[in-house]
Design a protein around this ligand. Structure first.
Ligand SMILES: Cc1cc2nc3c(=O)[nH]c(=O)nc-3n(C[C@H](O)[C@H](O)[C@H](O)COP(=O)(O)O)c2cc1C
Ligand code: SF4
Length: 524
């Protein structure tokens, strides 16, 4: 046993060296937070497919995001090979509701032939946000893919910083979420400031909305638009409570609340109580800040939308954008009955809302934003076909900065430092490297959307129409998307003028593909 006297200390020293290396490196939050132990995940990830094939779940079984979906996000974020081999393992033939995108053989746009081309291509919105209502600070958003609202408080400071820096690199908008505008939001990324029921960051000492504070916030940061949050798909109609233990000095300062006391978000707004007073408030905010103003909502009862659009048509007041959040959307914490069963899934909710605007000829004057697992190219393509002008991505961006879908966001024990206020865990997330991953992910999604658009023969995803998608009913039947949702021709597209403008813009932007050199007998 003499050998053991040398071998054991050597092994311990080696393990200590590896642990120290894990602790000091910045690339992997999991290894930084859980030296040595964190490595087990990478090992399991490497041999997982072989193991799972026999004992656990398939590539498309996990939820909210399947393993294939997560692998695509992770690989895109790390700029690794995000292709899949051997063909689809989705059960296309036998899955009713499966969307199929119909490419065109000879379209007017042709995808670039080199796979990586297009990664840096701008993909701006096909509509100018706020133009229809003449807002002083109307603008064309630079990116059709933007970061959805997730507050500092539900996300850690480093996570918010990584997303904000990522937004700056990718040239997209970063929604603050309802928790106010924190120092972590001030790293160069342009912002949409969200106003929730508690008016965090723009409230007075008694919790009332304070217009002067809002104007200060807007003037002191690159805020490009305001979003009034009516509800979110994962927990519509619910307020919230941030427990005293989580109300740190930093969170208190950002939100404008006292340190170390329970912080309640009411379930309803105090500044308006119906569509009429909502529209008055929208016009007030737009007039006072010059910014485009929109609403974010999940979809349940349709009375709200019919009343809102009737008033917009009849009175000339109106919202500049509408974000429809699907019931499949995410949250930091919510009761199971709400995450599982309250509010319509994205496609059903969005199409009802869109039709309400379109029936009153308002659809071309409003920018439609979709959210609810739309950070994946197939879902996003269908959303654009249905009339979305932009998508907002939440959890997919979290995956890009290291989330492993452990689903512990509500426990403050997030192992990757993304959704926690625990200082040790949050420290593991390095904002500098993760911001690059967030940006790569956004750019890759944009590139894939551009390629799909071009495969459909058009220059931009906003020009994909409902006829380009069919919904399979199983192996032998399918229905055009237009019929599934009762759309009229031209619904789902921007106005003719906006279509011409974005096609012209993209033809200067996107590298076009083509054939190899034709033979002398080619019939061009
Ligand atoms: C951790 C977390 C925090 C969130 N916080 C907010 C919020 O403050 N305001 C909001 O409107 N939505 C919030 N959401 C919802 C997202 O913005 C988004 O609408 C939803 O997750 C659907 O998008 P996804 O499927 O891409 O995640 C949050 C979601 C998550 C996962
Ligand atoms: S707790 Fe899990 S699901 Fe939530 S952010 Fe952290 S890793 Fe992701």
């Amino acid at each position: 046993m003499r050998w053991a006297r040398h071998a054991v200390p050597a092994a311990v020293a080696a393990l200590a060296a590896v642990a120290t290396r894990d602790l000091l490196q910045r690339e992997h939050a999991l290894r930084r937070n859980f030296p040595l132990l964190g490595r087990a995940r990478y090992l399991l990830e490497a041999i997982g497919p072989e193991l799972r094939q026999y004992i656990v779940a398939g590539n498309n079984e996990e939820r909210p995001f399947t393993r294939d979906q997560r692998r695509w996000v992770y690989a895109s974020a790390k700029q690794q090979n995000n292709y899949f081999g051997f063909g689809t393992d989705n059960d296309i033939e036998f899955t009713p509701g499966y969307p199929v995108i119909k490419h065109r053989t000879f379209g007017r746009a042709v995808p670039a032939s080199t796979p990586t081309l297009g990664h840096e291509v701008r993909l701006p919105c096909a509509k100018v946000l706020g133009a229809a209502r003449g807002r002083a600070r109307a603008f064309r958003p630079e990116s059709v893919v933007n970061l959805s609202g997730m507050s500092f408080g539900s996300l850690s400071g480093p996570a918010v910083e990584a997303l904000n820096r990522g937004a700056a690199i990718a040239g997209c908008l970063h929604n603050t979420g309802e928790g106010g505008l924190s120092p972590y939001h001030r790293h160069g990324g342009e912002l949409i400031f969200q106003l929730g029921t508690a008016y965090f960051g723009c409230r007075d000492d008694r919790g009332r909305f304070d217009l002067a504070r809002l104007k200060d916030v807007v003037a002191g940061a690159p805020v490009r638009a305001l979003e009034i949050k009516l509800s979110q798909g994962a927990k519509p109609s619910l307020g919230g409570l941030l427990p005293a233990a989580k109300v740190s000095a930093e969170i208190a300062a950002t939100r404008g609340i006292p340190v170390g006391k329970d912080c309640v978000s009411p379930s309803r707004h105090a500044e308006f109580s119906d569509c009429d007073s909502l529209l008055d408030w929208v016009e007030l905010l737009a007039a006072e800040t010059g910014l485009p103003v929109g609403i974010k909502s999940a979809v349940g009862d349709l009375d709200f939308w019919t009343e809102l659009t009737d008033l917009m048509r009849d009175t000339g007041r109106g919202v500049d954008f509408v974000t429809v959040d699907g019931g499949e959307g995410g949250t930091g914490a919510a009761p199971l009955i709400f995450t599982d069963s309250v509010s319509l899934p994205f496609q059903q909710g969005f199409t009802r809302v869109y039709a309400t605007f379109a029936e009153r000829d308002l659809h071309e004057q409003v920018v439609f934003v979709g959210s609810g697992k739309l950070g994946l190219p197939d879902n996003a393509t269908v959303a654009f076909a249905l009339g979305c002008d932009m998508v907002a991505v939440g959890r997919e961006a979290m995956l890009a900065i290291g989330c492993i879908q452990a689903q512990k966001c509500h426990t403050d024990t997030c192992p990757t430092g993304v959704a926690t206020q625990n200082a040790w865990l949050a420290r593991g997330l390095d904002p500098a490297s993760k911001s690059v991953r967030a940006a790569h992910y956004v750019k890759t999604l944009r590139r894939d959307l551009l390629k799909v658009a071009e495969a459909c023969g058009v220059e931009h995803p906003g020009l994909i129409d409902t006829d380009a998608v069919e919904i399979l009913g199983g192996r032998t039947t399918s229905t055009p998307l237009r019929e599934v949702y009762g759309y009229r021709p031209e619904w789902g597209l921007p106005s003719a003028a906006d279509r011409a403008a974005i096609a012209a813009l993209m033809s200067q932007e996107a590298p076009q593909g083509g054939s190899a050199t034709p033979s002398p007998t080619a019939q061009n």
